[in-house]
Design a protein around this ligand. Structure first.
Ligand SMILES: *Cc1c(COP(=O)(O)O)cnc(C)c1O
Length: 380
């Protein structure tokens, strides 16, 4: 079978869960399964279920987070700004503009690909309301410092933790502390619902806004739906969206969550450690730094290829049937986000160097050895 860069790992358990919804429950929309999934996510993160708001994508969760922060902290500011590292999925940027805010692209640290706080500090204006931190390649690098920085500058924090489900920063699970944390459960993330996501908020006002806004801002509709009813006669006071998670998606997510700690987590960490062992001494390849006090469940395996040899290596890998990816084209280079009007040296250098190698639980450790062998031979 052809080697894949990433893939969904679903089977009998997920199929049974979906059949249960289709054949037994019969209610496909947002109902009991969604309520249970929110409870189980909350138990996993050790937070209150009321803090968890599931959505139909990670992008939707980010949009709702930006919308809530704008509503709470952006009053009287015509174009509220949100600081965001340029090295992220375009979803982070699109979520910010969707909420009527301006994404202010920041540079990243070359050794980790995560937000460079010194660069971010220089980009703060009176219109800055928040910063978005991205756990790039699942790395919650210096997240405590990020929160300290935000507190000092009076900024809200939205974590794009799409890569970081199951990770820990200095012992604490990502999503168990902070301000507003967003996860993605799209097909290839650490767990999947098919498509889906969730937001975990530590500000009750933001949670309420997000929970309502995912159901067209029909007030308290979540509670009604979770008990088999609807808010037929409720008031609507602000913009909302159809962003809720269906019972079908939640059923898949519940099956995935049960498999996470025994199966997905150890498989992902083992494959990443084989990559690290085999590549750490290869000349011309550099791995991103991590903090030994953090626990990383890697969603993607990114390496830096130095000396302008990235394209050559990608071709050599492809010849051996090994696909590679790019995470990501820096967002400040996209036409919609300024087309390179600012220059961000570290992220632009990384853009020349980064290659994503295959990583998913169905990849064998033998496959990883083989990939590393091709890299060694090609760069020797
Ligand atoms: C996957 C991802 C998202 C968006 O999540 P979707 O569920 O695909 O909408 C946002 N940010 C990052 C960094 C991602 O990898």
């Amino acid at each position: 079978m052809a080697m894949r860069l990433s893939r969904s790992i679903v089977g009998e358990a997920e199929a049974k869960a979906v059949s249960r919804v289709l054949l037994t429950d019969g209610y496909l929309g947002m109902g009991n399964e969604t309520r249970l999934f929110e409870q189980e996510i909350a138990a996993f993160l050790e937070v209150d279920p009321a803090q968890v708001v599931t959505t139909n994508s990670g992008t939707a969760a980010l949009h709702l987070a930006c919308d809530a922060v704008r509503e709470i902290s952006g009053k009287g500011i015509e174009k509220p700004e949100i600081l965001v590292p340029s090295l992220t999925f375009v979803a982070s940027f699109q979520a910010i503009t969707a909420a009527g805010c301006v994404p202010v692209a920041c540079d990243v640290l070359e050794e980790t690909g995560t937000l460079d706080l010194e660069d971010a500090a220089r980009r703060i204006t009176p219109n800055t309301i928040a910063l978005m931190f991205v756990d790039y390649a699942s790395n919650p690098w210096h997240l405590d410092d990020v929160y300290a920085f935000a507190r000092e500058k009076g900024l809200r924090v939205i974590e794009d933790a799409a890569h970081a489900f199951g990770c820990r920063h200095h012992g604490r699970r990502i999503g168990s502390f902070g301000d507003i944390v967003c996860f993605s459960f799209d097909g290839i993330k650490n767990i999947t619902c098919g498509e889906g996501g969730c937001l975990v908020s530590f500000d009750p006002e933001a949670t309420r806004l997000a929970a309502d806004a995912r159901l067209l801002s029909v007030e308290n509709d979540t509670e009604k739906r979770f008990h088999g009813g609807r808010s037929w006669d409720a008031d609507v006071r602000r913009q909302g969206w159809r962003y809720h998670m269906s019972n079908i998606m939640a059923a898949i997510g519940r099956a995935q969550l049960k498999r996470f700690e025994k199966e997905f987590m150890p498989k992902r960490t083992l494959r990443a450690s084989v990559y690290a062992q085999r590549l750490c001494k290869v000349e011309g390849v550099r791995l991103f730094e991590t903090d030994l006090k953090d626990f990383i469940v890697p969603h993607i395996q990114v390496v830096r290829v130095l000396d302008g040899r990235k394209d050559m290596l990608k071709e050599a890998l492809l010849k051996e049937g090994i696909p590679t990816g790019l995470h990501y084209k820096p967002n400040h280079l996209h036409t919609f986000f300024g087309g390179g009007a600012v220059s961000l040296p570290a992220v632009e250098r990384l853009y020349e160097e980064i290659v994503t190698l295959p990583l998913h639980p169905a990849l064998s450790c033998q496959d990883v050895e083989e990939i590393c062998g091709v890299i060694k031979r090609t760069l020797a």
